[in-house]
Design a protein around this ligand. Structure first.
Ligand code: CDP
Ligand code: CDP
Length: 213
């Protein structure tokens, strides 16, 4: 039987999961999907089209017809898009509409790396390697602030921390696929780790988990 290497990175905002996922994807020459970007795109299009969270049918249609060009929009990486993403991500109908694409991506022949909130629990519960990346909220807010302040010099750290706390709370408490660590995931707390050290930890976890299959 061919064994596909699916590597799942989950965790809260700015924990470092995206950076780690892309390094591991390069290491193993695997395709990678940043699933947060998909939710960001739906949230962004909702705001752009003036839809509310009650316009579920239209939101589902947006989710079903998302194209890869939309995902290239740099505005999706911004602060507002993160907030809008977490609002639409709490709608079970939107999650359902985005599910098949993510499941198929994860289970393509040869394997894949995905990062998000529910990869190890919902999208690929069968993934042989699951890493739950986290860090203290203040540390994550500082990292995100450093990223965002480059294009928005007036941005206050406190506002980024408030955004992150709000999103953590919403993502963890929603009824549909809340942010939670899979029973068989390995916890990687990067609070006291620089990016290089975090990469080394992630590489070791992947090597160890692969070795046990
Ligand atoms: O990069 P960051 O962690 O700030 O955010 P992201 O991964 O781009 O995700 C943006 C939002 O999308 C999150 O706050 C979640 O509400 C939602 N999301 C989700 O619900 N499930 C996923 N698999 C990925 C993202
Ligand atoms: O994908 P996620 O939102 O979890 O985080 P990211 O975009 O990978 O990382 C957010 C920022 O924190 C990036 O600029 C990373 O280089 C940085 N980072 C860090 O400084 N130290 C770590 N241990 C992990 C990430």
């Amino acid at each position: 039987m061919t064994y596909a290497l699916i590597i799942a990175f989950d965790g809260p905002a700015a924990s470092g999961k995206g950076t780690l996922a892309s390094v591991i994807a390069q290491d193993y020459d695997l395709p990678m999907l940043d699933t947060g970007l998909i939710y960001r795109a739906v949230g962004f299009l909702r705001a752009q089209r003036g839809l509310t969270l009650e316009d579920v049918e239209q939101l589902v249609e947006i989710a079903r017809t998302l194209d890869t060009q939309t995902l290239d929009n740099p505005e999706l990486r911004g602060r507002e898009a993160g907030e809008w993403a977490s609002q639409v991500a709490a709608l079970p109908e939107v999650r359902e509409a985005l599910k098949r694409f993510q499941i198929d991506f994860a289970h393509q022949p040869g394997g894949a790396v995905l990062d998000g909130r529910d990869i190890g629990t919902v999208i690929a519960p069968d993934a042989p390697v699951k890493i739950f990346v986290t860090a203290r909220a203040e540390v994550r807010a500082h990292r995100r602030w450093l990223q965002l302040v480059k294009s928005n010099p007036d941005l206050a750290y406190e506002d980024v921390l408030a955004d992150i706390r709000l999103r953590d709370e919403r993502d963890s408490s929603r009824s549909s696929a809340p942010l939670s660590m899979a029973d068989d995931a390995v916890l990687l707390d990067t609070t006291d780790l620089g990016i290089e050290a975090a990469i080394e930890h992630a590489r070791r976890i992947v090597r160890d988990r692969r070795g046990s299959f």
